[in-house]
Design a protein around this ligand. Sequence first.
Ligand SMILES: *Cc1c(COP(=O)(O)O)cnc(C)c1O
Length: 418
Amino acid sequence: MDFEPTLDFARRMDADDPLAAYRDHFHIPKTADGAECLYFTGNSLGLQPKATREYVLEELEDWARLGVEGHFHARHPWMPYHEFLTGQTARLVGARPVEVVVMNSLTVNLHLMMVSFYRPTPDRHRIVLEAHAFPSDRYAAASQIRFHGYDPSEALVELAPRPGEDTLRTEDIEAFLEREGESVALVLLGGVNYYTGQAFDLERITRAAHAQGCVVGFDLAHAAGNLALRLHDDGPDFAVWCSYKYLNAGPGSLAGCFVHERHARAFDLPRFAGWWGHDKATRFQMPETFTPMPGAEGWQLSNPPILPLAALRASMDLFDAVGMTRLREKSVRLTGYLAYLLERRVPDRVRIITPADPAQRGAQLSLRVAGGRDAFERLTAAGVVCDWREPDALRVAPVPFYNTFTDVYRFVEMLRNV
Ligand SMILES: *Cc1c(COP(=O)(O)O)cnc(C)c1O
């Protein structure tokens, strides 16, 4: 791409950006003196769409007006409320409607999925994670291993980059699976690693794991709303993600879950059951025996909280209006511009650990910066919102919905000055 390292150029990119108007659909946090922050933390907590208030207020009003009748007579009835999100969620992650559901939080969904899909035997009980996986995933996997009576020190395998390299090579994952896949029950990788920003090749990893008879699950916390996913075609057995990062649904909002269609009617899979996963035709006859709904909905436990679902719907309506293809196109340019400026303007003080290939990253770049934590603190004092992850990564995520090329330009100039 023909970039130029000037403010004029950044402004021209913004003027030509077909998605530029969407920034105004979000509340941009301000510094103490009232200026808009340079917000690069949409990978950690996405910004609030201005429409969210209206969507949540609608439910508060209907609750006040109708009480329990809101289950059937709210403007968006609560009884089927999660179904309003099904089509949008399926389009977002490239799935069929039967494959997705919004429920619980991410780590809860991860456990529910492992209950059904981590079925260890003495010969095949290992779980493979990437090194530097998000701690919650590691804790969840280790606790499942212990729950089944195995020892995580032997059964939890963490694939690390080659010495001197920062990220994993797909061919090394494939080679490991070819070598040791027969002892692996579950391959559980992040779609995008939260620390390095590396996006994994979900299709190749799924193929390599399935060839060895392993189950494959992905944690898409940093991929949903960031990459143009094609979960159905890529073929993993399950996936989970949260909605408060790139999906802008607000702190702790509800998570997503994907179960591949091939398991939609696998009613003999062990699963933890609750009434909301029961066949909805007979749910209110309160039968004694659990009959799961086909597809991902059959893993629901409880009737879902409507207020956070309303916030998620506000955000998903925006995603659906724009589409992941266009968001991703802008994202590749925006993050490409950030990488370009860092390499030209601060080459000796910053090293990008995220892969240079746009296909192997999303919005986020992880940087090793001269001055480390000190540089991060000075950026923060100057009104930049980015984050620091121990031991040594500054994470910066320009988000195509609300960040601009000018934001990116100003960030790199500030980094030059700290
Ligand atoms: C953000 C994140 C989580 C957080 O889990 P919650 O259950 O939503 O608190 C878990 N795993 C990964 C990979 C994450 O990025």
